[in-house]
Write a protein that binds this ligand. Structure first.
Ligand SMILES: C[S@@+](CC[C@H](N)C(=O)[O-])C[C@H]1O[C@@H](n2cnc3c(N)ncnc32)[C@H](O)[C@@H]1O
Length: 392
């Protein structure tokens, strides 16, 4: 494919991504992969270039653009060398019209930029949210003792002893160490969030929003497979991915529990008042993961954010009923918005005067209200809010 044809391909893919974002359809990654499947003539260099154009264009547009072409014109503003590829020749895009306007730039739709500013996320932090994330792995201590030898590349050592960093796009999943469960892909921020739980061998731990079990596996390793680890979620498809992952990692999870939304405590009744640690990795806006999912900025609405904050408050209440006297709840969101983080926990503490925030000893982050916040710019991790609370 010519460089111009690659631009036109990216424009077509962007059209699909914009429509899907409006209709809450398939994620960008899937649409890119589908396009490649249906256009077999694209070689590996073409694919790399097209993918880069697509994601660079998504990052270049704050609000959702009207069309893929306008999104690409937004990218032309940042990368003027692309302008000459709009020549109208061959399979390339038509010439740029005199009155044609690029899509609006910025960090996010205006209402969301305002919420970030209200949560003390300044311009530098906001821009870092749109950078490329590196690839972090966790050494799985259920399978590795001492040094991990023979990785195809040497990783950068990070602030936690089991964390290693590789450059964005490293194909870790093709490494033998990954296939055999010696390493797990997990952002450093997520690893730090898991360490905040303080799970120990012998504990009873409930991962209330376990999803596909990324953090459950980390907890199993911290517990050395000793104790009771419950992975619960309302999403059957995600929860079903935990079994094979746990097997590969050598993690023993006592039970996966499928929850009925609104009736979560019914399925968890057997553990009410018994857990040493409960982790609430609550569903959230994902503003802290825009480095990986820049198109998520176009999918969030004020109504959805309000639904999420109500659900988060309810999950905190449920978690509080699961811990035993002296136990703790660790509340995490991969969001930088206070209403999903510091504000959420502060509201819980004000409604429950017999609960208090515990001091956290984390290697990175900045104090934020009753917890700690990690950000891409300050900490080089995905954005997270982390708090641990217990009954006084
Ligand atoms: C941030 S994700 C969890 C990610 C997961 N812990 C991991 O590390 O991969 C939030 C999860 O909350 C789940 N969820 C949504 N509503 C829930 C509810 N009412 N009770 C429990 N889990 C819920 C979602 O299905 C989703 O898997």
């Amino acid at each position: 494919m010519t460089p111009a044809a690659r631009i036109q391909a990216a424009i077509e893919i962007l059209d699909g991504i914009i429509e899907a974002a409006k209709a809450n359809g398939a994620p960008a990654d899937r649409l890119v992969a589908d396009w490649f499947k249906n256009h077999r003539f694209a070689g590996s260099k073409d694919k790399r270039a097209i993918r880069e154009h697509v994601y660079d264009a998504i990052r270049a547009c704050g609000p959702i653009p009207a069309t893929g072409r306008r999104a690409m014109l937004g990218l032309v503003e940042e990368q003027p060398a692309l302008r000459e590829l709009f020549s109208g020749e061959g399979y390339g895009p038509p010439k740029i019209g005199k009155n044609e306007k690029p899509a609006e730039g910025g960090v996010a739709p205006e209402w969301l930029e305002d919420r970030l500013i209200a949560s003390a996320i300044g311009q530098g932090e906001a821009e870092a949210l749109l950078s490329r994330a590196p690839l972090d792995v966790r050494i799985n201590r259920l399978k590795v003792e001492g040094e991990l030898a023979d990785l195809p590349e040497e990783g950068e050592k990070l602030a936690l002893p089991n964390a290693l960093r590789f450059t964005s796009g490293t194909q870790v999943s093709q490494w033998e160490a990954y296939e055999t469960g010696l390493i797990e892909v997990q952002d450093l921020g997520s690893q730090i969030a898991c360490s905040a739980v303080g799970a120990l061998p012998g504990d009873t731990v409930i991962d209330l929003c376990a999803g596909a079990g990324g953090k459950t596996l980390s907890l199993a390793a911290a517990m050395g497979n000793a104790g009771t680890l419950i992975a619960a979620d309302t999403d059957k498809r995600r929860l079903s991915q935990l079994g094979p992952r746990a097997e590969r990692a050598g993690a023993q999870v006592a039970e996966t529990v499928l929850l009925d939304p609104g009736k979560e405590l019914e399925a968890l009744a057997a553990w009410a008042g018994t857990a040493d640690r409960v982790l609430v990795d609550a569903p959230c806006s994902g503003t802290g993961t825009w480095r990986r999912n820049p198109e998520a900025r176009w999918r969030l609405s004020e109504a959805e954010l309000s639904r999420l904050t109500q659900l988060q408050a309810r999950l905190l209440d449920i978690a509080a009923q699961l811990v035993k006297p002296g136990g703790s709840v660790t509340y995490i969101t991969c969001s930088l918005l206070d209403e999903e983080g510091a504000g959420q926990v502060a509201a819980f503490l004000s409604d429950h005067p017999d609960w208090q925030a515990e001091a956290l000893d984390l290697p990175l982050g900045t104090a934020r209200g009753p917890g700690v916040r990690l950000t891409p710019s300050h900490d080089g991790t995905d954005g997270f809010f982390i708090a641990r609370i217990s009954k006084a």
